[in-house]
Write a protein that binds this ligand. Structure first.
Ligand code: 5GP
Ligand code: ZN
Length: 120
């Protein structure tokens, strides 16, 4: 799998063309700090292979998305979120313009830490 959309911001990050503060990386997934955090902990998880949004996902993506979702709580703890149930975290996937999506490369927001937060 490759991050092969030349003008896509998150493909550029996945390729290493743009620097990011990495939280996790394997062959198919990259997680990195959001550049404008809404919460004390705020990172994004992206598949390295470009997918525009959750709206383009089909059954072939299910194992990858399942892996990402299962990884989110582990990374949240690693990044400083307190454990469930007192702590926890929020998982958000903005999809499409009305869904609040600004970067059109599928990404999972993971946010947590003490409130209040800027957003979310
Ligand atoms: P969306 O609104 O598409 O769900 O969220 C896009 C997120 O990507 C925003 O929270 C924004 O701060 C973050 N973002 C946009 N460009 C960059 C970038 O170049 N680097 C990093 N680390 N985050 C970015
Ligand atoms: Zn992309």
């Amino acid at each position: 799998m490759s991050a092969d959309h030349p003008d896509c911001m998150f493909c550029k990050i996945a390729r290493g063309d743009i620097p990011a503060h990495k939280v996790y990386e394997d062959e198919e997934i990259l997680a990195f700090h959001d550049i404008h955090p809404w919460a004390p902990v705020h990172f994004l998880m992206v598949p390295k292979a470009h997918v525009d949004s959750l709206a383009q996902v089909d059954a072939s993506h299910a194992p990858l998305l399942g892996k990402m979702l299962a990884l989110a709580p582990q990374l949240a703890l690693q990044e400083g979120c307190r454990p469930y149930p007192e702590g926890g975290h929020r998982v958000v996937i903005n999809t499409g313009r009305e869904g609040g999506q600004e970067v059109h490369h599928l990404h999972i927001h993971v946010m947590g830490g003490p409130r209040p937060w800027l957003k979310g």
